[in-house]
Each structure stands twice: as C-alpha cells, then as structure tokens.
Design a protein around this ligand. Structure first.
Ligand code: GLU
Length: 316
C-alpha cells in the first residue's frame, strides 16, 4: 500500500520551491490512492525557526493539502536513530571520528586531494581504522566495510579497477529522471551519521523514519537527488526496505541558484482561497501541470488525474 511523505525542515515558511515538493508528494500519494504524511525534520535544531512548523502546516492546510495522519517530529525520535546507529556500530559499519573540519582539510591538502561536496570535504577515511588517541567527535558510516552476504554486498555492482573494493558503484532508478549512479566512497566518502555537536545527521534520520513510517515512495526536490545513494546504502546496511524515488525540478532564483531564504525566497502567499489557488497553479506549472479548475478543490482533483496519467503506469 502506497505511503508517501512531505518532510520539510522548519527553517521558515513554505516558499515557491518547497510548495512544489509538497504538491508533488501529495499528488503522487493521491494518484496512487495512498496515504500522505507530513514529517517535520527538526533534527538540526540550530537551523530550526520556532513556530515555522505551525506556519508550514497552516500554509499546507490553506492549500487543501491535509496529511492523513498526525505529523511526526524528528526531534522526538532520537531513540530510533540511536538504535540504528548501534546496529551499524555492531556491524562495524559505523565508527567514531575525531577529525575537525580543519583536520580533514589538512590531510586532504597533504594528499593533494582537496575535493568538496557542497560545504563538506570528501572525508579521507582518517579514523576508519582507529582514533589514534584523539577524542571521538562524530560518528561516520564506513563506505568501505560492508558485511558480506548482506543485501548490500549483492546489490552494488563490481567495479573493474584494481585495488578497489567490488561494491562501490551504486545504481538506482529515479521515477522521473531515470538511471542514476554514484560511487559513494569516491564521491562522498564516509559520511556523518551523528555530528560532533551531538545532533543526528539528516541521512540517518531520514532513512530510519522513512522505514519506521512505512514510506514506499519518496517524492522531493532534485536538490536532494545527490543524497539518495547514501540513503540507499544505509537502507541496505540496516536491512530496511528501499522506497522508490521521484525527484521534482527545482525552482530557481533569479541568480540561477536554488530558491532559498538566502536569495530572497518569500513565503508562499496562501491567505485567501484565490491566493492559494494562484500559488498552487504556479507550483503546478513547475511540474508541467497546466490544467483547469477554478476552485482549489477542482484544481487539485484535475491535477491528480494528470499526475495519474503521467506517473502511475498501471492505473490506465
Ligand atoms: N528535510 C529535507 C529538506 O527540507 C527534505 C528531506 C527529504 O525529503 O528527504 O530539505
């Protein structure tokens, strides 16, 4: 049975970009006759804005996007993340790391391999085989050390290069964007599961929650596409079911970057029925939905039909 979710971080009100992701995940759930959930991803308490969750829930309700179950909050689910981390530690797939950002950059500079991914450097694996008497700061996933005979070892394709482990390249299929591939070990490195400040990392929390909530389909913005291989690795390591993924186009700011508060995204204007309909129409255009419907309910209903014809191959 289909279960989908919208999982915003409460860092501010919904803007044009986040409304696209919300609408797409709602449409996909409804087009499949499924359940739509909202999960407030408030693990990164440093970035959360007080009251933003309530604002977003109100904006969604004003657009007619109502969750089928009460929203859950990641800040209340730390015990689940700890259990998952303990499992990975027991399987030797997670290890403590004593490196600061500076330490990592120094090592990479020495190796002449300074590569970055967003704001994070590709971790060179310094603490993979021990802390060398440094105090532990964070916990990382070991991209090198999978237990043989677990699904992970079977499903990741071999790579021919000598001196490389045989399970590095991860292939997966996005429902909208098609075949995807990533070598997590080379391109990302051993990624963080629990941060030096004690906060849970997005990658672990999202995987644990998608499984705990029985999510079958993840529909979200393409800015998160790059995280998916890491999440699939974690699902395989934790022996969790793998949801299907669909990434939607991003709404770009005039500067060509992803729309965010930093480059002037303003709250989606949904105070009246007409303004909500206008905001949804705009979000719909980003998803290629040019359809009729003069009321909110009509517009949503006809969008579900368009979505069904496009993304639900078995329904027609
Ligand atoms: N909380 C993440 C964000 O707002 C989205 C997580 C997800 O959909 O997987 O960017």
């Amino acid at each position: 049975m289909y279960r989908g979710r919208f999982a915003p971080s409460p860092t501010g009100p919904l803007h044009a970009g986040s409304l696209v992701a919300a609408l797409a995940s709602w449409l996909d759930a409804k087009a499949h006759g499924g359940t739509w959930l909202i999960r407030i991803e408030d693990v990164d308490t440093l970035r959360c804005v007080s009251g933003a969750d309530r604002t977003m829930l109100k904006q969604l309700a004003d657009c007619g996007l109502h969750p089928d179950e009460p929203p859950v909050y990641q800040s209340q689910r730390g015990a689940l993340y700890q259990t998952a981390l303990n499992q990975l530690i027991a399987q030797k797939q997670a290890y403590p790391c004593g490196c600061s950002r500076q330490d990592i950059e120094t090592v990479l500079r020495t190796l002449d391999q300074l590569r970055t991914r967003g704001s994070a450097s590709v971790y060179p694996g310094t603490c993979r085989h021990g802390l060398a008497s440094k105090p532990a700061r964070s916990w990382r996933f070991n991209t090198e050390n999978f237990t043989p005979n677990q699904p992970v070892a079977q499903q990741i394709r071999a790579q021919a290069a000598p001196n490389k482990m045989a399970y590095e390249v991860l292939n997966w299929t996005d429902r909208a964007l098609g075949e995807q591939t990533q070598n997590v070990q080379d391109e990302v490195g051993d990624f963080v599961l629990k941060r030096a400040d004690g906060l849970w990392a997005y990658q672990l929390a999202v995987v644990v929650d998608d499984a705990a909530q029985g999510v079958t389909d993840v529909v979200r913005g393409a800015d998160l596409l790059d995280n998916t291989a890491r999440q699939i690795l974690l699902q395989r390591a934790l022996n969790l079911p793998e949801p299907r993924y669909l990434h939607t186009p991003l709404v770009l700011a005039p500067d060509g970057k992803k729309l965010s508060k930093q480059n002037g995204a303003t709250a989606a204007e949904v105070h009246t029925r007409q303004s909500s309909l206008n905001a949804l129409r705009m979000a719909g255009r980003m998803l290629g939905l040019e359809n009729q419907g003069s009321t909110l309910a009509d517009w949503l209903a006809s969008s579900v039909q368009v979505w069904k014809s496009r993304f639900c191959p078995l329904s027609h």
